[in-house]
Ligand binder design. Structure first.
Ligand SMILES: Nc1ncnc2c1ncn2[C@@H]1O[C@H](COP(=O)(O)OP(=O)(O)OP(=O)(O)O)[C@@H](O)[C@H]1O
Ligand SMILES: [Mg+2]
Length: 391
């Protein structure tokens, strides 16, 4: 039954000109839980929760993942990311709720009948088999003919840049190459849904960046639904159509990378994704917040209630450090003193004590002397549009 559904889905995917993968495809994906009932849904959770004894590790969750979507589960250690993946895979059963794949209720189906592809952090390759044999394995299990297997494995190894390593054993490969083998082993039988749990976690930064690029283009080329787990926010921002940010078994924010970054639903999201300045204050009237130290900030706010205690987010790269005498038309201007300067390659972080707050500004590094030094008086400026009131 599931097999038939998967086949039908593959046909649809192959027959379509990969719709929804162009840039901006994620834009139509709304922030609120996109509970849908149509045929475009690859994975759906309805009231799913998971408890172990007294402890609830996943609070009741409704979630749907559109076909062809790249969804990343992001969050700190222990927040429930792998739990969600394992519930989709069927490695664990939910305490409440139902899990649907391609519209079929699979809650009671064992893992092997769900037809999913999986890639894990620890590669899980078979050490006595060559690269070719490892990648051929899923096809053998599915009774493909030797000729079909040879052609399909060769094409897949080519896709992940491993054609010339076909006869090596896993231990004769680097970590990055081994991870490519495990990705190839998953791609080879074209599962309609692929799950990846921290697949790049064990690799160094350079290699991670490279493989991120490869995973991204593979996703674009084959149009599979991809559910990816990471605790690395940059990786999530780079790869995803949609990010599901988890904390203590709950969703803090479900949205596009740009929504999480520019319009975070709450303080946790603002803190977890990117660097942030968060100022506490009281909403005086629409568009003005008075901070504890008494500074009035012009803010962008949909918040309806004057008198409400709110927090205002300003991203460091949106705060400009003005040169002496420089004019500005930004609505917020404060004077302060530089307390610390850190050069982090392409950007320089400037910490300033201003208006009773410690503010962080980030500017593009320059070889020229900027006159910004610890102890110097500076003026900071930022616009109303870049001062976001958090709910
Ligand atoms: N079999 C189990 N029995 C009891 N508690 C469990 C079990 N499996 C997981 N947990 C708990 O569930 C919570 C969520 O675990 P999960 O593996 O989903 O976290 P995670 O977000 O993937 O974290 P990490 O980034 O460290 O992999 C954790 O607090 C974990 O200790
Ligand atoms: Mg995990």
């Amino acid at each position: 039954m599931i097999q038939a559904t998967t086949m039908a889905l593959r046909t649809t995917l192959e027959g379509s000109a990969s719709p929804g993968h162009a840039d901006g495809a994620g834009a139509e994906h709304k922030m609120t839980h996109p509970f849908r009932n149509g045929t475009d849904v690859a994975v759906q959770f309805v009231g799913v929760s998971k408890r172990y004894g007294e402890s609830t590790v996943l609070h009741q969750l409704d979630l749907s993942v559109r076909r062809g979507e790249f969804l990343t589960l992001l969050g700190p250690s222990g927040s429930g990311k792998s739990t969600i993946l394992n519930l989709i895979a069927g490695a664990i059963s939910p305490t409440t709720g139902r899990v649907f794949l391609d519209g079929v209720d699979v809650t009671d189906k064992p893992s092997r009948e769900r037809g999913l592809g999986m890639v894990f952090q620890n590669y899980a390759l078979m050490p006595h088999m060559t690269v070719f044999e490892n990648v051929a394995f899923p096809l053998k299990v599915r009774n493909w003919s030797a000729d079909q297997i040879r052609a399909q494995v060769a094409a897949t190894l080519d896709k992940v840049g491993l054609a010339k390593f076909a006869q090596r054993k896993p231990k004769e490969l680097s970590g990055g190459q081994q991870q490519r083998v495990s990705i190839a082993r998953c791609l080879v039988y074209s599962p309609s849904i692929i799950l990846m749990d921290e697949p790049l976690g064990a690799l160094d930064k350079k290699l991670r960046d490279q493989l991120q690029g490869e995973i991204k283009s593979l996703h674009r080329d084959i149009g599979t639904t991809l559910i990816y787990v990471t605790h690395d926010q940059e990786e999530a921002l780079n790869l995803s159509d949609t990010i599901c940010l988890m904390n203590h078994g709950r969703v803090e924010h479900l949205g596009t990378p740009s929504q999480l970054y520019f319009e975070p639903a709450n303080r946790f999201t603002a803190d977890f994704v990117g660097e942030s300045n968060i100022l506490a204050g009281t909403l005086l009237e629409a568009g003005v917040v008075q901070t504890g130290a008494g500074t009035a900030l012009q803010v962008h706010s949909r918040h309806p209630q004057p008198g409400a205690k709110v927090e205002v987010l300003i991203r460091p790269e949106n705060i400009r450090v003005l040169t002496p005498g420089e004019a500005t038309n930004e609505e917020n201007v404060v004077d302060g003193e530089v307390t610390q300067l850190s050069f982090v390659g392409g950007r320089t972080r400037v910490e300033v004590l201003a208006a009773g707050e410690r503010l962080l500004a980030s500017r593009i590094s320059s070889r020229e002397e900027s006159g910004i030094q610890p102890g110097r008086k500076v003026r900071l400026a930022w616009s109303k549009a870049n001062s976001v009131v958090l709910d």
